[in-house]
Design a protein around this ligand. Structure first.
Ligand SMILES: NC(=O)c1ccc[n+]([C@@H]2O[C@H](COP(=O)([O-])OP(=O)(O)OC[C@H]3O[C@@H](n4cnc5c(N)ncnc54)[C@H](OP(=O)(O)O)[C@@H]3O)[C@@H](O)[C@H]2O)c1
Length: 296
């Protein structure tokens, strides 16, 4: 199959590129404003004609949309831009995929939920986003549904890897430099190692799986707060930094975040017969990749 991966220069796109290196499928990765890397194709997903051309020129069978406007804070003052990339461009990709009879695998987020529950969100709970970013991502989901394309919407959360900017890398760096870190303990969810999500995306390409379309949650297994995650990063890295818990209000931010956004993985496990790695195991694996100083 010919697989188009948008956002190849982003965190998830780069991890996907690593795990698909020896795949039997042909992958075409795209970038937009980053430095070109390898033989990636430049593509602005908001440009309908350009999207249609790439899909046609490469006889695309599957589009994996890893591109997105991902700056949750900045989206509050750039909501139009967030909607253009996270919703309007998603409609463009969905319609291009539909015209080519291709499948669209679209990545969405736990931030489509308001976080008012105290039990995991399954795929049937109605989204009620709190932030501009969350609203734009939910609008993207609706655009996929409205297009009539064969689709997978994969909701994930708290993504990290050795690439790009993410919470785990920030804590790893700061905890090596500072004696004390304050981290919020009243936002609870589940971290997701991008390598595990990338492997799941590859699973979707296996024979028989592309017909199992729908909305799926995919994060690592388990529950923690940002504070718990920071403590675990320090523990595994051996960084001697004191991490103290604090409330969300102590860090004034523009974008409201859900206080609880744990996603239920029952559907993905039953449908594809897969296990989902526990968050601490995947964190250990990723940190070992990033640094030699992890106590295994
Ligand atoms: N990061 C998280 O914690 C998290 C959590 C839940 C869900 N998600 C979702 O997971 C997906 C991947 O996230 P990520 O962390 O890998 O994102 P990322 O590292 O911020 O990468 C975003 C990608 O989007 C591309 N892009 C932006 N505007 C574009 C445009 N107009 N045309 C084409 N490409 C464009 C960027 O390309 P250039 O850099 O080349 O411009 C980059 O490759 C996103 O849909 C995000 O909403 C992320």
């Amino acid at each position: 199959m010919n697989v188009l991966v948008t956002g190849g220069s982003g965190q998830l796109g780069r991890v996907l590129m690593d795990v698909t290196k020896y795949s039997e499928h042909r992958f075409i990765y795209t970038y937009f404003s980053s430095e070109a890397c390898g033989d990636m194709v430049r593509l602005d997903i908001t440009d309908r004609a350009a999207v249609e051309k790439v899909v046609k020129d490469h006889s695309i069978d599957v589009i994996v949309n890893c591109a997105g406007y991902t700056d949750v804070e900045r989206a509050e003052s750039e909501e139009d831009k967030a909607f253009k990339i996270n919703a309007e461009a998603v409609a463009v990709l969905a319609e291009a995929a539909k015209s080519a009879d291709a499948v669209l695998i679209h990545i969405s987020t736990d931030y489509v939920f308001d976080g008012n529950r105290s039990e995991p969100y399954d795929e049937d709970v109605a989204p009620a986003p709190l932030s501009a970013y969350g609203r734009s991502k939910f609008a993207g989901e609706l655009a996929v549904l409205a297009s009539g394309v064969r689709y997978f919407i994969i909701r994930t959360s708290w993504l990290y890897s050795s690439y790009g900017r993410n919470f785990v890398k920030t804590i790893l760096t700061k905890s090596a430099l500072l004696p004390l870190l304050k981290v919020v303990s009243d936002q609870v969810g589940t971290p997701t190692y991008a390598g595990d999500l990338a492997e799941f995306i590859l699973t979707l390409l296996e024979p028989g799986n592309l017909s199992k379309t729908g909305i799926y949650n995919y994060t690592n297994e388990g529950v923690c707060s940002w504070y718990d995650l920071a403590c675990e990063v320090c523990e595994l890295s051996g960084n001697l930094c004191e991490v103290t818990p604090c409330k969300t209000e102590e860090f004034p931010v523009k974008a409201a975040r859900p206080h609880y956004s744990v996603l239920d993985k029952s559907k993905v496990k039953v449908t594809f017969g897969i296990g989902v790695p526990y968050w601490k195991d995947s964190l250990r694996f990723c940190l070992a990749e990033m640094t030699d100083s992890v106590s295994m």
